[in-house]
Ligand binder design. Structure first.
Ligand SMILES: [Zn+2]
Length: 123
């Protein structure tokens, strides 16, 4: 767990929102694809306890944790947009997974009429 060691004093509202979307999408995807016990991220720093409401299987938790770290360490300060980013910080494998998760959960949420959750769908 490295999230707890990241410096979050400068966490912006937008970053927090991005992380919530990430956690929401990962948990939607996981619920429909994986079986077994699901847990939320634990030992989160105060600024991120809001993410504890989203649960995933251990594999997806690993992925989510990685994705959160990447997002928080993103060097593109102004309006980062992973789709058009030249840096491609996700290691291969994870990049495919993040795409799959975003595509699947995006569609699922649209079908359920939860477009309000997608206003910031940027992957
Ligand atoms: Zn899963």
């Amino acid at each position: 767990m490295k999230i707890g060691t990241l410096n979050l004093t400068s966490l912006t509202k937008k970053e927090k929102k991005d992380l919530q979307i990430l956690a929401l999408f990962t948990s939607v995807y996981c619920r429909d694809h994986h079986v077994g016990e699901r847990k939320s991220l634990s030992r989160l720093p105060q600024q991120l306890v809001v993410l504890e409401r989203y649960v995933c299987c251990p594999d997806c938790l690993d992925f989510l944790e990685y994705a959160i770290e990447r997002r928080l360490q993103c060097p593109v300060e102004e309006d980062p947009n992973c789709k058009h980013c030249q840096i491609h910080c996700y290691r291969s494998g994870h990049r495919e997974k993040v795409r799959e998760i975003m595509r699947y959960s995006g569609k699922t949420l649209i079908k359920r009429g939860r477009l309000d959750l997608l206003w910031h769908y940027f992957f």
